[in-house]
Write a protein that binds this ligand. Structure first.
Ligand SMILES: [Fe+2]
Ligand SMILES: [Fe+2]
Length: 176
C-alpha cells in the first residue's frame, strides 16, 4: 500500500515537471486534468484510509497537519486551473509543486516509515485499487466526518455552519 502511494508521488512529480514545460492548448489541459484527478484520488484515499491510522498510531497533530497540506494542494490546483490559459500558469504550477514537495517529504521521511512499523498488518491487507475504486464511486463527502467538514466551514468563514447538516456542510465547503 505504502509503495503504491510513493509510486503515485513520483507520477505526480513527473506530471508537474511536464506541465511546467507545456504550452497553452489541449495537451496541457488534458495533462492538467490527469494531474488533478490523480491527486484528488490519492489525497482522498490517504484521508480516508491512511490518515486515521496516522492519527491513532503517530499523533493527531501529524494527521491534521497532513490534511491541511492537502487543502493547500487543492487550493493550488484550483488557482493553477484558472491560469491554464495565462502566462502565470507556470508560476502557479511551481507554487503547487513546492507545497507538494514539502508534503511528500513529510510523508515519505516521517509518516510512512513509522506506519510501516506500527501498522504493518493493516497495510498488508489493503488493496490500493479497491480503495481507489471506493473513493471514486462515492462522493468526496464520505472522506470527512461532520466535525472535519465543520472545521473546514469554520476556516472558510461560512455563515450558518452550526445549523447545517453534514450534506449541507459538504456542499458549502465544496466537498460534496
Ligand atoms: Fe501522499
Ligand atoms: Fe498526502
Amino acid at each position: 500500500m505504502i509503495d503504491h502511494l510513493i509510486g503515485e508521488h513520483r507520477k505526480v512529480e513527473g506530471l508537474l515537471a511536464q506541465l511546467k514545460d507545456s504550452d497553452e492548448g489541449s495537451d496541457r489541459n488534458a495533462m492538467f486534468e490527469e494531474l488533478a484527478s490523480s491527486l484528488d484520488t490519492h489525497m482522498r484515499v490517504e484521508e480516508r484510509y491512511i490518515y486515521p491510522m496516522i492519527s491513532d498510531l503517530i499523533g493527531q497533530d501529524e494527521a491534521s497537519d497532513a490534511t491541511d497540506e492537502h487543502e493547500l494542494a487543492r487550493d493550488g490546483l484550483a488557482s493553477a486551473r484558472t491560469r491554464l490559459e495565462e502566462g502565470a500558469f507556470e508560476a502557479a504550477i511551481e507554487i503547487l509543486e513546492a507545497g507538494i514537495a514539502h508534503h511528500v517529504e513529510e510523508e515519505e521521511q516521517e509518516l510512512f516509515p513509522q506506519l510501516r512499523v506500527k501498522a504493518a498488518d493493516q497495510l498488508d491487507g489493503m488493496d490500493p485499487e479497491r480503495l481507489e475504486a471506493h473513493v471514486e464511486e462515492h462522493g468526496a463527502a464520505i472522506d470527512l466526518t461532520k466535525e472535519e467538514l465543520y472545521d473546514l466551514a469554520k476556516q472558510q468563514g461560512i455563515e450558518g455552519r452550526s445549523k447545517m447538516t453534514k450534506d449541507e456542510l459538504a456542499g458549502a465547503v465544496g466537498r460534496s
